[in-house]
Ligand binder design. Structure first.
Ligand SMILES: Cc1cc2nc3c(=O)[nH]c(=O)nc-3n(C[C@H](O)[C@H](O)[C@H](O)COP(=O)(O)O)c2cc1C
Length: 288
């Protein structure tokens, strides 16, 4: 774990910052961030990734609007860009790796925002020398958080209860879908689950579902109609909801490790009835 602060605090602090000061990153911030990027080489499910910090140009702001990202980013002074090799779990691994980088940037006091779009033919892709067996599913804006309002914003957002997130019964289940998991039953894993709940997700759809069964935490993707695999392909968009799952995995694992809860990721679908046709099994955190 690369963080000196509590990862729980970093997760609570992070939010999608869309307005930045017109100030470059400090040299020390740039160096530490760039240094950290070089240590990230593969995701927990084995997909190699490469990451880079690039300075934002005027053209980037312009270009982003045409690349299918929503929300206007003002004054970002940099972008975190990255690629993953094509693989079965490339999107989950990308989400996991990039979110770790985001939490590192949060620790440096910087604001960030995930941006999902179509970057394959963009200047960002040229910057990474994107290979034919790689993709660039998202970029992340990074910079100094702007204005008073954002500071207030940030303060308010630390209180997790005001976040727009589904409540526990919609997300976490005990032995099977349809039976909500209580915090008491989640016991020492209640905090890792709460950190999943605070994770960012595309359009805040929160597609993660977790079922607890005999020392295992089974992660499922509950797709939204619009974000179906077919639509994503039609729009040449990355499968953003699989990225969301990877982000949730990073929050869960980093928090579990911080709390001294050992475990590892495995892919082995349990015998749990999946009643919703848009839900699919992704991965399991097996307690050690
Ligand atoms: C994969 C992914 C793609 C996203 N794409 C965009 C985007 O294109 N534009 C944007 O303004 N926000 C984007 N977001 C940010 C989400 O809207 C945001 O995480 C969500 O609304 C929750 O808010 P919070 O991050 O402030 O907690 C994206 C988030 C994720 C995880």
């Amino acid at each position: 774990v690369p963080f000196t602060s509590s990862v729980i605090e970093l997760i609570e602090q992070r939010y999608s910052c869309r307005t930045y000061l017109d100030l470059p990153l400090q040299a020390s911030q740039r160096q530490r961030l760039a240094g950290y990027l070089t240590t990230i080489k593969a995701g927990p499910l084995g997909t190699p990734g490469r990451f880079k910090l690039v300075a934002a140009s005027e053209q980037d702001h312009h270009a982003l609007r045409g690349l299918g990202t929503y929300g206007i980013i003002r004054g970002a002074t940099g972008y975190l860009i990255g690629t993953v090799s094509d693989a079965a779990h490339d999107m989950e691994d990308f989400g996991y790796m990039m979110e770790q980088i985001i939490l590192f940037a949060t620790e440096l006091g910087l604001g960030t925002c995930w941006l999902g779009g179509t970057f394959t033919r963009s200047s960002f892709a040229a910057n990474m020398d994107l290979q034919s067996d790689e993709s660039m599913p998202c970029v992340v804006s990074v910079g100094h958080i702007a204005s008073h309002r954002s500071l207030v914003d940030r303060f308010i957002r630390r209180d997790a209860t005001v976040r727009k997130r589904w409540a526990w019964p919609a997300l976490f289940f005990d032995r099977h879908f349809g039976r909500p998991l209580s915090r008491e039953a989640a016991a020492d894993h209640a905090v890792p689950l709460e950190m999943v709940r605070l994770a960012p997700s595309a359009s805040n759809k929160q597609p993660w579902r977790v079922v607890h069964l005999d020392g295992a935490w089974h992660f499922y993707l509950q797709r939204n109609t619009w974000y179906g695999e077919r639509n994503m392909k039609l729009l040449l968009l990355a499968d953003l909801q699989r990225i969301d799952l990877g982000i949730a995995m990073s929050h869960f694992e980093l928090t579990a490790r911080e709390l001294g809860l050992a475990g590892s990721w495995q892919i082995e679908e349990p015998v749990i009835a999946v009643t919703d046709p848009r839900a699919e099994y992704v991965v399991t955190w097996q307690q050690a």
